[in-house]
Design a protein around this ligand. Structure first.
Ligand code: DC
Length: 233
């Protein structure tokens, strides 16, 4: 598709609903920039872990907030992979931010208003020229309430845990299904109940429940909404 206009496409939803796969695919098709905001929250969590602000038993929120000015996040496009990788203070942290340790702590870090404020400002700056597909939890509600197209992704917790488990096992991670399901459900709870920018469907978002859909079917449905939008504007 050759878009005549640059728009903002916001893709929000529950974890492991295939948001990033879908967002990457749409961005490639449209020649748009793709931004994975979950990677930004994960990178801040990784920073908090390696600097001793968070572990299994404690979270030094104040310490992390004081150090936020020391955190520089940037994205660099990797031609081979076909998407941008995230850098934390100049270091490519992609290999570290998808671990279970980070996954188990990221919702706590993402609930800190000061963290959110810093990352939301960064995200808004990245879209000044539009032509962007951004995925996360609050893109259509907080980051870009004026986004031209908002998609909200959902699927059953069991189906999402099954997919995440397979992805991890395929990547050589030794983990049982039950632990993944527990992580998915605990993140759902934390993400939807936090006070600042909880995960909620924007009133004008189109919902896609892909419990019974594969990646190609999800993409085809989403692209039909993109095309409809381009006919409207
Ligand atoms: O999309 P993900 O699973 O990589 O996101 C990791 C966590 O970051 C998720 O549990 C919630 C949080 N997050 C958020 O609060 N706001 C966003 N815009 C993106 C992610």
């Amino acid at each position: 598709m050759n878009p005549t206009k640059n728009i903002i496409i916001a893709i929000d939803g529950y974890s492991s609903t295939g948001k990033s796969t879908l967002a990457k695919h749409i961005a490639r098709e449209m020649g748009y920039v793709y931004v994975d905001t979950g990677a930004m929250y994960r990178a801040v969590t990784y920073y908090a872990m390696i600097n001793g602000f968070i572990d299994e038993n404690h979270f030094d929120k104040k310490g992390l907030i004081t150090s936020l000015s020391e955190i520089d996040l940037s994205f660099e496009f990797n031609k081979k992979l076909g998407y941008a990788e995230i850098f934390l203070n100049g270091e490519n942290v992609e290999p570290f931010i998808r671990s279970m340790n980070v996954s188990n702590r990221v919702s706590q870090v993402a609930a800190v208003p000061e963290v959110r404020q810093k990352l939301v400002e960064h995200q808004q700056k990245m879209a000044l020229k539009k032509g962007i597909v951004m995925d996360g939890r609050d893109i259509g509600t907080v980051v870009f309430p004026e986004a031209e197209l908002k998609i909200f992704m959902t699927a059953s917790a069991e189906q999402r845990a099954k997919r995440r488990h397979k992805e991890m096992v395929d990547n050589g991670v030794d983990i049982d299904y039950q632990s993944v399901l527990e992580n998915v459900m605990s993140r759902d709870h934390l993400d939807t109940t936090r006070t600042d920018s909880p995960l909620v469907k924007a009133a004008d978002a189109i919902e896609i429940d892909n419990s019974e859909m594969n990646v190609d079917e999800t993409y085809a449905l989403a692209m039909s909404y993109v095309k409809e939008k381009f006919l409207e504007i």
